[in-house]
Design a protein around this ligand. Structure first.
Ligand SMILES: C[S@@+](CC[C@H](N)C(=O)[O-])C[C@H]1O[C@@H](n2cnc3c(N)ncnc32)[C@H](O)[C@@H]1O
Length: 289
């Protein structure tokens, strides 16, 4: 049966407060929640609770919203069951970024000798390789992996897992792939299996670094995070704790005009700016700690 996503939007402070209240309410039930920036300019955040359709989540969410005097409109959306056949890259051309070719099932014959071919069924997750941010990350990761030998990697905001699979295939190292959205994590795990990468890539649902697999400031030699400038700047202190000295960090999801602010937030945390790639108005930034 399809899951239901209950969601509402609110200004940042109110959204964070309501998210915390809902997190406490549903902690024992283990329902996944998400807090994502919906409108960066207006600092509007969207809170989602993913629940089974026959449960009691809706009245409990409404009670919390009433108690907080939130005055927000709660909406419900039936999550479509993922149809892996229709949600392929059908109609989209394969994307090449250096040695990496990202393609759908229908384009397996486009692989060439020497390609790192990644087959993606993006489904409801972001990351077909067509976006300037994903392509920028693929290019930057290949540059880094030509010069560095990381022992492990973190792909924070993995979406379809395209970057996690690319790193696993390029470097042959274990990759932890995380996403705040449980649907994306499901898609990610499916793609990891499709590409025979389950031995190296582990997919977990986590908001930022909030997960037992990231506890104790677990460090990764290579971190890639293609999310948005706002959350990336907020995560800077935590990124610094999870990156060892000499570790590389690739950040994307950053508009060109936001790049200086992001670099400043990270240099303040002890990172050094190495290089920025620009694609279609998006910046992909390489920093080293
Ligand atoms: C732009 S997509 C990137 C997907 C893929 N890594 C790529 O490069 O194509 C951003 C992903 O990050 C996830 N995300 C956003 N904020 C997050 C956070 N705070 N923690 C973990 N994941 C987050 C979103 O759900 C989404 O799947």
């Amino acid at each position: 049966m399809s899951q239901i996503r209950f969601h509402f939007s609110a200004p940042r402070g109110a959204a964070e407060d309501l998210y915390r209240r809902l997190e406490a309410e549903f902690e024992e039930d283990g329902l996944p929640l998400a807090l994502v920036e919906a409108d960066e300019a207006e600092a509007i955040f969207e809170v989602s609770v993913y629940a089974e359709p026959d449960g009691d989540a809706e009245p409990r969410i409404r009670r919390i919203l009433d108690e907080a005097g939130a005055g927000v409109a709660l909406e419900r959306e039936a999550m479509p069951d993922i149809d892996w056949v229709s949600h392929t890259l059908a109609g989209l051309k394969p994307v090449r970024a250096g040695r990496v070719l990202v393609h759908g099932a229908h384009d397996r014959d486009k692989r060439e000798d020497g390609d790192i071919a990644i087959e993606i069924e993006a489904g409801l997750a972001f990351g077909t390789g067509h976006h300037g941010t994903t392509a920028g990350c693929l290019e930057m990761l290949q540059k880094i992996l030509q010069a560095e030998r990381p022992r492990d990697a973190l792909d924070l905001g993995t979406g379809s897992a395209v970057l996690a699979i690319a790193v696993a295939r390029l470097a042959g190292i274990p990759v932890l792939a995380t996403d705040i959205d449980p649907v994306a994590t499901e898609v990610a795990a499916r793609n990891v299996a499709l590409n025979g990468a389950t031995a190296l890539v582990e997919c977990v649902t986590a908001a930022g670094f909030d997960h037992p697999r990231l506890a104790g400031d677990r460090q990764f030699d290579l971190i890639v995070a293609n999310i948005l400038a706002g959350p990336l700047m907020e995560l800077a202190p935590q990124m610094a704790r999870h990156a060892p000295a000499g570790g590389s960090l690739v950040l994307s999801g950053i508009l060109d005009r936001q790049a200086d602010d992001v670099v400043a937030a990270y240099t303040a945390q002890g990172f050094r700016h190495v290089e920025t790639l620009h694609r279609e108005g998006w910046s992909t930034i390489h920093l080293k700690r």
